[in-house]
Design a binder for this molecule. Structure first.
Ligand SMILES: *[C@@H]1O[C@H](CO)[C@@H](O)[C@H](O)[C@H]1NC(C)=O
Ligand SMILES: *[C@@H]1O[C@H](CO)[C@@H](O)[C@H](O)[C@H]1NC(C)=O
Length: 940
């Protein structure tokens, strides 16, 4: 079994390697969107990064594979822009930044994801091959793309350190002039005025009994001990790196290598009173150089919520200005200044994977055509809080424009009004309109040529105006060829575009060659396009849910409203619309064994006519578990008590999902069965079994046919029986081995696969359940092969006769499925069984406790804590596990920074006194980083 599984991984890995070969020269928006579908996970793959070993460094590699230019590609214009200019002098590609090179090269285990190393220059294989397949720039060098002109002297920080070695150049990010700056007068300022009186969120906690206090304190200490253990492990084995690899005691750098766990955990250290560790960590923070990274692209969303959010919150919780830890704000501003570059697009929508090196960053660019909702909408709180602290409106402007775009789209309408499809075209270009426009232009041009041609054919003089002449001469084509494809216009540009309505400072210039107007920005031009707001980024089917890739945009609406002291009403409106849509389309009550009254939020797909074509997927995902807290929080601040009630049921749903499994931990993703009637819902075993057997309906038919055939066979058999009787005596025990004991079906089931559709291969199996198949009387049962008895020839005969499903198979299929998959009752499938130390469930439990004051949430949270600790604990930290359905689960050697930033923080706050990070004074970002709310007349 183990071997088989490993083999599967290798095959999978090999497939990825092959795919990478094709994609390596391409920029990575599509790739990133893949990893973005679970925004809290480490980016699964940076397309510019290599796999763990170096299998693709191969001198026989066909470099044509790396050209990767396809006009079918949506993001090609962006990539073209990102390519270096042709006229640059060829210069060596500089080495990697020097910042964190120690040991990493040796750390094979840990360099596999989101991280890469360049082989040393002297690597003979590399030299022979002439191309580093996994090196973005190297690949570019080996292809049609021109080489990059890089100054051979260091720029930015660190230049002094290497002034004696000018050959090894570290590229640093540096500020480049904006192409599409917002004029000073148009910067959207933070709302001003006196913060609104906002209803209290927290329950009015009374005095705690000594007994409760004792339990709570003991639990709090245990949570803190976990933090101390994990932090010590990180500090010892991974200090300065993004993550501890808690099993192998090494490290990984999936988040640019800026010490993600360290920055992400600062406020947790402070909140837990680990002041010494906090101060030690600050010394490390000071060393972080955000201007260099081993990653070619900065993942903007992850960087914002983890690093920027982490720094700002650490600054806030440690006392802000009066706290005296100015380094935190200094670093936050340093990082924010780098990130501000992503907003420099014509419509000011951000590029979400920032090609930060100056030669790329300096080029004009557009936002992506397939951004995830979550990544686009979850920058708001961090930049807003920074604007408040620094009094720099530009940070607020950057994110306010995104909110405005969502707001405008919401008013224009989406397929499910109130919520947004998972993929968004944020480019600002209406490609449909642009194609129409170009078609019209082409038609007009053709007409013009035709007129000229025909007049020439007639041999008459053609009088042209000066302007016509210029146009004609500059763009003339050989006679008779004008019907051929227009090669002067690259197909690339047809697929791109340029927004005008939201454009700022774009210079229009007439291109002397084509006579067309183009928008000019800096040394390059972005092709013209018809402007539009946000639209769906996918053609045809759209997906709507509160899960991964979408979650935190919705989470931020009410939180952003709080952060702004209720002074920006758009966030309230957006939130209330979201809630309405979720209630109408997504919420469902699952059918669970003890008829618990719980809720989950589903996923809906539609082609744009949801009233008729909406398809609901009754999913249960860990990421969606945040939603209980969102309903609770929104219900309190906007005074909608039913939303708080819904929040409780949603939270109870996740509690149920935890309780149901063998480990006591909820799986990453699963499906359940909705109640046919949410008001009156009872467990229906038959219905559940029908759902588990995907071939249920046809199996009924097959079984019926089986009985018919058997009846016929039996009639024929009776005749033969008589004749065989004498023969039988002499060979009574001979036939045993002729009946295969293990059918293909057995093997498939043993592997846990869904064998249900393989009916042709399914053989008769062991005893039959009389209740399930009333027609199957005792006499018939006796005729089935049975290990304990010698078979009669008659039975043998029958067995050969029937190769279809046996009676009782239906029931058995379901039982075996449940047994083999260890499927908890109520779950229909568990499509992702891992637990990666995620916080969303305990997050909602914490909100429920603080909002309702009900101690039961502390008890439910404690069951979660004990289960998690039991299965994830390693020598030096905590690890993701691969299968929550089995107590013999495997630890995956990953400890994401949200374990110490979020999960342990929420547990700790659940067992702290309720005034520690009170929701009436703080608002937490999606990475559990508390930001100070503006002072308002709370009455608390
Ligand atoms: C894009 O252009 C098409 C065709 O002109 C138009 O029907 C559509 O409404 C436009 N879309 C947006 C979002 O403006
Ligand atoms: C249980 O489900 C089966 C199959 O859908 C249905 O026929 C039956 O009526 C249900 N029983 C009850 C009590 O609802």
């Amino acid at each position: 079994m183990f071997r088989l599984r490993r083999y599967r991984y290798y095959v999978f890995f090999a497939a990825i390697v092959v795919f990478l070969l094709f994609r390596v020269a391409q920029n990575s928006e599509q790739w990133e969107t893949v990893s973005a579908s679970f925004p809290h996970t480490a980016p699964a793959f940076d397309p510019n990064s290599p796999p763990a070993s170096k299998p693709i460094v191969n001198k026989h590699v066909d470099t044509s594979l790396f050209r990767g230019i396809s006009s079918e590609d949506d993001d090609l214009p962006q990539r073209i822009l990102d390519r270096p200019t042709t006229d640059s002098a060829p210069v060596k590609i500089p080495d990697l930044p020097k910042l964190k090179t120690t040991q990493q090269v040796n750390d094979d285990d840990d360099n596999d994801e989101g991280d890469f190393e360049l082989p040393p220059k002297s690597d003979p294989i590399v030299e022979q091959a002439g191309v580093l397949a996994y090196d973005h720039e190297g690949a570019a060098k080996a292809t049609t793309a021109p080489v990059i002109n890089v100054p051979d002297k260091n720029v930015g920080q660190g230049a002094k350190d290497v002034d004696k070695k000018p050959t090894t150049t570290t590229i640093h990010w540096k500020k480049v002039p904006e192409h599409f700056p917002v004029p000073e007068s148009e910067i959207i300022p933070l709302p001003t005025g006196k913060p609104k009186k906002i209803p209290t969120i927290q329950y009015a906690f009374g005095k705690e009994s000594a007994e409760n206090r004792e339990i709570r304190e003991a639990r709090r200490q245990q949570v803190k001990a976990e933090m101390e253990r994990g932090w010590a492990g990180y500090w010892k084995y991974a200090k300065g790196h993004d993550e501890l690899s808690p099993v192998t005691k090494k490290f990984r750098d999936p988040f640019c290598g800026w010490a993600a766990t360290l920055v992400d955990s600062l406020d947790t250290l402070w909140i837990m009173g680990m002041e010494e560790e906090f101060k030690e960590a600050l010394a490390e923070v000071e060393k972080i150089d955000f201007t260099v990274s081993k990653r070619a692209e900065i993942p903007v969303f992850e960087t914002t919520i983890r690093y920027l959010g982490g720094l700002i919150a650490a600054y806030d919780v440690s006392g802000g200005k009066s706290g005296g830890y100015d380094i935190l704000l200094k670093k936050a501003v340093e990082l924010a200044e780098i990130l501000m570059g992503v907003f420099d697009t014509p419509n000011r929508m951000p590029v979400l994977y920032y090609n930060w090196k100056p030669q790329f960053a300096s080029q004009p660019k557009r936002a992506g055509t397939s951004a995830s909702v979550a990544e686009l909408g979850s920058l708001a709180m961090e930049f807003t809080r920074l604007a408040q602290i620094t009094k720099e409106n530009k940070y607020y402007d950057a994110v306010a424009r995104i909110t405005d775009a969502f707001y405008e789209w919401e008013e224009r309408g989406t397929s499910l009004p109130g919520i947004f499809p998972e993929r968004i075209d944020s480019s600002g270009c209406n490609q449909t309109a642009q194609s129409e426009l170009e078609a019209a232009q082409n038609a007009a041009e053709l007409e013009a040529y035709d007129q000229i041609d025909s007049s020439n054919d007639l041999g008459t003089e053609t009088t042209l105006t000066d302007e016509d002449k210029v146009d004609f001469e500059s763009d003339v084509k050989p006679k008779g060829r004008h019907n051929e494809p227009d090669n002067t216009k690259s197909p690339i540009f047809k697929r791109s575009g340029k927004s005008t309505a939201l454009n700022l400072n774009v210079v229009k210039k007439k291109n002397p060659k084509t006579g067309k107007v183009e928008l000019v920005a800096g040394q390059r031009t972005l092709p013209e396009c018809v402007s539009q707001g946000l639209t769906s980024g996918s053609w045809g089917s759209e997906q709507y849910s509160m899960g991964g890739s979408q979650d935190s945009t919705y989470e931020y609406f009410p939180k952003q409203w709080l952060l702004l002291g209720g002074l920006e009403p758009k966030y309230k409106e957006l939130h209330l619309k979201v809630i309405e849509a979720v209630k109408k389309w997504l919420l469902f009550r699952p059918m669970v064994p003890d008829d618990r009254d719980i809720l989950f939020s589903a996923k809906v797909t539609t082609n744009g006519e949801p009233e008729t074509d909406a398809r609901t997927i009754y999913e249960v995902t860990h990421l969606t578990c945040f939603i209980g807290g969102m309903f609770g929080l929104g219900g309190k601040i906007f005074e909608v008590p039913t939303d708080v009630e819904i929040g409780k049921k949603l939270t109870e749903g996740c509690v149920w999902a935890y309780e149901s499994t063998a480990t006591g931990i909820m799986p990453e993703a699963a499906h359940v069965l909705p109640c046919p009637d949410a008001k009156n819902c009872h467990w229906n075993q038959t219905l559940y079994e029908h759902t588990l057997d995907p071939s249920f309906e046809s199996r009924d038919q097959q079984i019926k046919e089986y009985y018919d055939r058997r009846a016929k066979a039996r009639a024929a058999m009776r005749k033969v029986k008589e004749e065989m009787k004498s023969e039988e005596e002499s060979s009574s025990s001979a036939g045993e081995t002729e009946y295969p004991r293990k059918s293909i079906f057995d093997e498939k089931m043993a592997r846990g696969s869904h064998a249900g559709r393989d009916n042709a291969n399914i053989r008769k199996r062991a005893p039959v359940s009389a209740t399930e198949n009333p027609a199957d009387d005792a006499a018939e049962t006796k005729l089935l092969p049975d290990k304990s008895k010698a078979k009669s020839s008659a039975a043998k005969f029958e067995d050969l006769e029937d190769s279809d499903p046996a009676p009782g198979f239906k029931k058995e299929f379901v039982d075996i499925k449940i047994e083999n998959e260890k499927l908890p009752k109520g779950f229909v499938t568990v499509n992702s069984r891992s637990y990666i130390l995620r916080p969303e469930a305990i997050e909602s439990v914490w909100y429920m406790y603080r909002i309702t004051g009900d101690k039961k949430w502390q008890d439910e949270g404690w069951k979660m804590f004990e289960a998690i600790v039991r299965h994830t604990t390693t020598d030096v930290g905590s690890s993701a596990i691969d299968n929550v359905l089995s107590t013999r689960t495997t630890q995956l050697n990953e400890m994401e920074s949200f374990w110490t930033a979020e999960t342990l923080k929420y547990f700790y706050l659940l067992y702290s006194e309720p005034n520690l990070i009170s929701l009436d004074h703080w608002v937490l970002n999606t990475e559990a980083h508390p930001f100070k709310r503006p002072k308002a007349p709370f009455g608390v």
